[in-house]
Write a protein that binds this ligand. Structure first.
Ligand code: BES
Ligand code: MN
Ligand code: ZN
Length: 513
């Protein structure tokens, strides 16, 4: 899918497209003001048809509403006008444009409209910043909404064609140049989300630890970034006893992936370490999960998928920041070789973990991941992980939980989430929660004796224990990385949640320096 900016010839019906998308607020629809929109010259009969729809209450301009009006030959080049609601004018922010873009693209897919044209978003006169934010959001939405989950069915008859292009009409030359960075940012971010969704949606038999490592190498190579992969021998040599233990029950050995991006060579001492949980399938191991819904655990590498998606943002937008991405990846399986409850394992820094539950495996691999990121120079740490089912108890599948020991970095993450319009909410980190992880025989245990109490917090604080003095934020996407049903603008299956938050974080960090 491509979003291009096209300047329509005067008096022309516009670009060569299947449908003209008209974004309207509820007020514009009610007052008729939408008719005068820049770049719109609709035949009177079309205007009348839209008025009729509004009068009958079939289309009211609400956010999420779409309605196709056939042109019946009245508008050469267009089969239909696709009406798309922006909601209440007072709330028409960049976020509304992004959401409307998602719904427009979805409607187009459903109607088999392959090429769209739409007038540029409106912004106040002389407000170039607002215009570029809206164009960026709209383009992002159009891309995100045209995502299609892959199908493995042999018979694919009836499969809808993809959305091929959206031309944004009405930009003069100078304006077009000014909007190019906004479109590029949207493209890179959307590509990041696509990559995250695609990887998350891959079944366990299509994606094991070594496949994930190859995917990382491919993405890094595309942008000339350095990528190193430790195999099971390298993992043992580095003393990563946590990752080794979690991976030892599977016939597919674990890997430790690291990707380096150096966008601020003048500040080599500042490195953001991003650590992603890469469990390619989580059976629970010897502490085996219930079979109901276990298939969702193909998404237990959702954190890793987010960070691999972020490579598009780093590689294409080249923000001025140094990043090291670390992904511990393994398959958590029960077998004769698997680690067991009661085992005591030694992590990369020599500290020991008493294993009480092999299903609390994410925190174990992430502890080695965080330690490795520090060894590779990370001075601030963010980990992204489908860590707990407990986060679902707190926030359902609506929000990502944040646990942190550093107010400043936490605030930065929350601000970035707000900017990206993703839902992230902080949880408390009182010392009492950390005390619940005290072990009588080791430095720490991987589950509390009442593992349903404050599970999201204690899971996060286990990772924080290994982050030590380094500023650290943990993002638990156990509820948000994967949805059982499409909801709002979010798709069914892998969502790519947190790609946009981190995209916003790495680019805002860059502009600050
Ligand atoms: N990957 C799961 C968490 C999860 C569960 C994510 C359901 C999304 C949906 C994680 O490895 C896990 O099993 N966590 C346990 C921890 C417990 C044993 C302390 C959990 O949350 O039940
Ligand atoms: Mn588990
Ligand atoms: Zn897991």
């Amino acid at each position: 899918m491509a979003v291009e900016l096209v300047e329509p010839a005067a008096g022309d019906a516009g670009a060569d497209a299947d449908a003209l998308v008209v974004f309207v607020t509820a007020e514009e629809l009610a007052s008729g003001a939408w008719v005068g929109q820049a770049g719109l010259e609709l035949p009177a009969a079309m205007v009348e048809a839209v008025r009729g729809l509004a009068a009958r209450g079939q289309f009211a301009g609400g956010l999420g509403e779409t309605e196709a009006v056939p042109t019946l030959g009245l508008m050469p080049g267009y089969q239909a006008v696709l009406l798309c609601g922006l909601g209440e004018a007072a709330r028409t922010s960049a976020d509304a444009w992004r959401d409307a873009g998602v719904y427009a693209a979805r409607a187009a897919l459903g109607l088999r409209l392959e090429r769209l044209a739409a007038p540029l978003p409106r912004a106040g006169a002389g407000r170039a910043q607002e215009l570029s934010e809206r164009v960026r959001a709209l383009a992002e939405g159009l891309w995100l909404g045209s995502y299609r989950m892959p199908s493995y069915a042999l018979a694919e008859a009836g499969e809808a064609p993809p959305l091929r292009s959206v031309a944004l009409l009405g930009a003069a030359d100078e304006e077009r140049r000014g909007l190019a960075p906004a479109l590029e940012a949207a493209r890179a971010t959307a590509l990041g989300v696509y990559t995250a969704r695609d990887l998350t949606n891959l079944p366990g038999n299509y994606l094991g630890p070594d496949d994930l490592a190859r995917a990382a190498q491919g993405l890094a190579a595309r942008y000339g970034l350095a990528c190193t992969v430790l195999d099971e021998t390298g993992i043992r040599e580095h003393g990563m006893g946590g990752l080794a233990a979690v991976g030892q029950g599977s016939v597919q050995p674990p890997r430790m992936i690291a990707v380096r991006y150096e966008g601020a060579p003048e500040a080599p001492g500042e490195v953001l370490g991003l650590v992603g949980k890469g469990i390619t399938f989580d059976t629970g191991g010897i502490s085996l999960k219930k079979p109901d819904g276990m298939e969702e655990m193909i998404s237990d590498m959702g954190g890793a998928a987010v960070l691999l998606g972020l490579i598009h943002v780093l590689g294409a937008l080249k923000p001025a920041i140094n990043v090291v991405i670390v992904i511990p990846t393994a398959e958590n399986m029960p077998s004769g070789a698997a680690f067991k409850p009661g085992d005591v394992i030694t992590m990369m820094n020599g500290q020991t973990v008493e294993v009480l539950n092999t299903d609390a495996e994410g925190r174990i691999v992430l502890a080695d991941g965080v330690l490795y990121a520090k060894q590779l120079g990370a001075t601030r740490l963010i980990d992204v992980a489908t860590l707990t089912g407990a986060v679902l108890v707190s926030f359902a599948d609506v929000a990502t939980g944040a646990v942190s020991g550093d107010e400043r970095l936490l605030q930065e993450v929350l601000d970035s989430a707000r900017e990206a319009n993703e839902k992230v909410w902080p949880l408390p980190n009182y010392p009492e929660y950390r005390d619940m992880l005290k072990s009588r025989i080791a430095d720490i245990k991987n589950a509390t004796s009442r593992d349903r109490w404050a599970g999201c917090i204690t899971g996060g604080l286990f990772i924080g224990y290994f982050a030590g003095d380094t500023p650290w934020v943990h993002l638990d996407t156990g509820g948000t990385a994967w949805l059982w049903n499409e909801r709002g603008t979010e798709p069914l299956g892998g969502t790519g949640a947190i790609v946009r938050t981190l995209a916003s974080l790495v680019t805002r960090n860059a502009s600050a320096t």
